[in-house]
Ligand binder design. Structure first.
Ligand SMILES: Cc1cc2nc3c(=O)[nH]c(=O)nc-3n(C[C@H](O)[C@H](O)[C@H](O)COP(=O)(O)O)c2cc1C
Length: 291
């Protein structure tokens, strides 16, 4: 057994039993204990350790010294949160100024507080903090995006995309990317409309079969854009780059993504060039209440 409850410290309040998401802690004969036949399903989320009054619980590879710390005060109430969210924009115009590694590290550090769909979180993050390397991938991604026009106009290729990638990807390409690409939008002659001259890009990727990696990547990317905003940086999710990585081996190699991995989402980061004067509130009509 790798998880432990220090019986001398345990006050038998059973809060750990209440919060465990997979019910691996039991109570019998006045003793709180890890149920041996359930212990293997431990998510290592640390919730039991976070709620224990006496630090009596020890989960394998998690320590009170390294992974847990005193609960910070929550200073963000709803109105502050809405203000923060409304203040953020997907930024596509950047100053010609690199981002210090310490700032990027802070963004990465924020991901440690993200929820995850399955444990361990198998998402990898590649931080490309080198504009020249980003630029070296652009001609390949641009050509790929240009090719989308030919593919969508060819009935056999349309069928193949539907068959191999499914309807969500097909509709995204046909209804979203194709009309944009048809106007030549992604041709480099117009400038970088893919990574928008950003000095830095984060790429979220994982083994193609890794549990929940799509959802976990998108959650990470969401945290990353919010953390960037809190640091006074501009950021935007970019789906075009992972599409290029997954389709073109050369791009995968440029960004050092392992062959067996697929990229899910990327986030461009840099110093925002322009300040927005207004916030945007989008009406959301497709909400169904069941009460
Ligand atoms: C999954 C996802 C992929 C995105 N991909 C791109 C992209 O490839 N290029 C881009 O310019 N913006 C991309 N965006 C940013 C959206 O276009 C942006 O959120 C939208 O324009 C709304 O702007 P706002 O974030 O400022 O509210 C993406 C956003 C999401 C959530």
């Amino acid at each position: 057994m790798k998880n432990k409850i220090e019986q001398k410290l345990c006050k038998k309040c059973k809060l750990c039993i209440e919060v465990c998401p997979v019910n691996i802690i039991g109570f019998e004969e006045e003793k709180v204990f890890f149920i041996p036949e359930r212990e293997a399903i431990c998510l290592k989320c640390g919730q039991c350790m976070a709620i224990c009054n006496t630090k009596a619980i020890k989960i394998e590879n998690i320590s009170y010294e390294n992974q847990l710390f005193d609960l910070p005060e929550n200073k963000i109430l709803y109105n502050d949160l809405i203000g923060f969210l409304a203040n953020r924009r997907s930024v596509r115009n950047f100053k010609d100024k690199p981002v210090a590694k310490e700032m990027l590290q802070k963004i990465i550090d924020s991901l440690a507080f993200a929820p995850f769909g399955s444990s361990p979180n198998k998402v990898n993050i590649t931080v490309v903090n080198n504009r020249k390397i980003i630029e070296s991938a652009l001609p390949f991604i641009s050509e790929f995006l240009d090719n989308i026009v030919k593919w969508i106009e060819n009935p056999f290729m349309r069928f193949m995309i539907k068959f191999k990638k499914g309807m969500e990807t097909y509709n995204t390409i046909k209804n979203h990317l194709y009309p944009i690409a048809k106007l030549g939008n992604y041709k480099l002659g117009y400038g970088d409309r893919i990574t928008r001259n950003a000095p830095t890009i984060l790429i979220f990727h994982a083994n193609k079969g890794a549990e929940e990696h799509t959802n976990n990547s998108l959650i990470y990317a969401t945290y990353a854009i919010l953390a960037a905003h809190s640091l006074g940086l501009g950021a935007s999710m970019i789906g075009l780059v992972p599409a290029g990585i997954n389709k073109i081996q050369k791009v995968k190699h440029i960004f050092n993504i392992p062959d067996e991995n697929e990229a899910i989402i990327s986030v461009i980061i840099g110093y925002q060039k322009y300040k927005y004067k207004r916030a945007i509130k989008r009406d959301k009509e497709n909400i169904n209440w069941i009460e």
